[in-house]
Ligand binder design. Structure first.
Ligand SMILES: [Zn+2]
Length: 129
């Protein structure tokens, strides 16, 4: 149900944004950036999305999801940037390490935990006449 509540909060924030700044035409695609630390099933998210958007102006829109790397900040030495990764032979996933690549102190996560809307693809209504 994690994906369902994500889809729901996504819908709420998107509708609030569209209410303020309406688009002309139907939203075809919602482009999302998924932080590397956010564990979710894209399939479940897409399913949830089609459920929660039913009957709204976003019904029928697709989710285009892109993964973004973890970005960290070190309070000890001031480092800011990419996280350090555990690299192991044969692993299919990158595992970010939460210590500073420069000084090994514990770092804060700046980016990489959220799901954010970055853009919308809108199908323009063709004006006739
Ligand atoms: Zn550091």
């Amino acid at each position: 149900m994690h994906e369902y509540s994500l889809a729901l909060s996504l819908l709420e924030s998107l509708r609030a944004r569209l209410a303020e700044d309406p688009v002309r035409g139907r939203v075809k695609k919602v482009h999302l950036r998924q932080g590397e630390l956010l564990v979710l099933s894209r399939e479940a998210l897409r399913e949830a999305w089609s459920l929660v958007t039913e009957g709204t102006e976003l019904a029928g829109s697709e989710l285009a999801i892109e993964t973004v790397p973890v970005r960290v900040r070190c309070l000890a030495c001031g480092y800011g940037g990419d996280a350090k990764y555990l690299a192991a032979e044969g692993w299919h996933v990158r595992v970010p390490v939460l210590s500073c690549p420069r000084c090994d102190a514990r770092v804060e996560i700046v980016e990489g935990r959220d799901l954010a809307v970055v853009a919308l693809t809108v199908e323009e209504r063709v004006e006739t006449g």
